[in-house]
Design a protein around this ligand. Sequence first.
Ligand code: ATP
Ligand code: MG
Length: 354
Amino acid sequence: MKSLGIVGTGQLGWMMILEGRRLNIEFSVIGSDPEAPASRIADKFYFNEQYREFVDNCDMITPEFEHVDRRILEYAEMQGKLAPGKKSLDLKLERHLEKLYLRDIGIPVADFFVAKDAQSALDLSEKFEESIIKTSKGGYDGKGQFHVKHGEKPDLPGDQIYVVEKFIPFDFEASIIAARTKDGHIFFNQPSYNYNENGILLYNYAPSDDYGMREKASRLLAELDYVGVMGIEFFIKDGKSIVNEFAPRVHNSGHHTLSGSNISQFEQHIRCVLDLPMHEPVLLTHSGIINILGLEINEKLTRDILSIPGTLLYNYGKRALPRRKVGHVNVTASSSEQLLNRLLDIKRIIYPVA
Ligand code: ATP
Ligand code: MG
């Protein structure tokens, strides 16, 4: 039996394990919380300090989150067991490194400047009519971001590196889930339309049109010699795509593949990383998800959500904190119109307007 080690213990690892159970694989996880979603269902839990034992006992190691203890990644890479490689993961430690890399390899991104401290970030934001100032480190789910109109001077959280990015008045956002094998074959899921609110994904639905996303994703994956699944977020304006960011792992916008596709993004990732046979992903039906943010998933909510046809409810078993992702609902339908109606019905159930 092959054994896969997951670095990180959140819901992405949890879903990887749920899916991998059908592939005859043993799972270990490493982190700091034995009660976290993935820790509770793994075959073995290791604390970060035990990273050598963790790596030595697994066939391959893959992260479910970028901001993890670097010692684990370094040691795993030294043993030839890390996928995707550390370079792709390190680019995500500081946003400016990711942006510069994308620009260097010729992938279109929003115009941006790198600022060395808070004052320069405010000065550089004057170069745009409207901009988003983002802390280079530690941002996810819209954290550390400041939407600035010309002349505005928000209070920034101290001197550090910032990315000052032109605000893109996009028509909509979209993403693609791509998987690359060790021998360089790339498999694409149907892209999806994504609706973000306050910098965090609220719901998404597939399929969307391509808008050049596959071509850009292929270039990025090949350039990084990437192995595994990557989620790539785009802004779409006038039928053209520019990259917002990439996630070197399974991605929230790919959760719909759990019920809408012949093979989920989690299964694809496991197959790539463990070099198991791959299959072309096929979207079997219109499918999407809506995230459950910051509230407890009680009996009434469960019953109300399950009363909508085509729904499945994933509860990650995490404590509800403001804006925290505690679960999501998978939704399928026979047309995009029906799917969107169902998503909006569920949105009203989860987030009733006061
Ligand atoms: P994630 O959790 O996806 O990693 P993040 O905190 O890293 O999020 P981004 O993906 O960079 O942040 O931004 C979050 C959202 O904020 C985007 O999906 C988009 O809706 C909005 N946004 C970010 N940058 C821009 C921009 N330059 N122009 C317009 N909207 C933007
Ligand atoms: Mg994002």
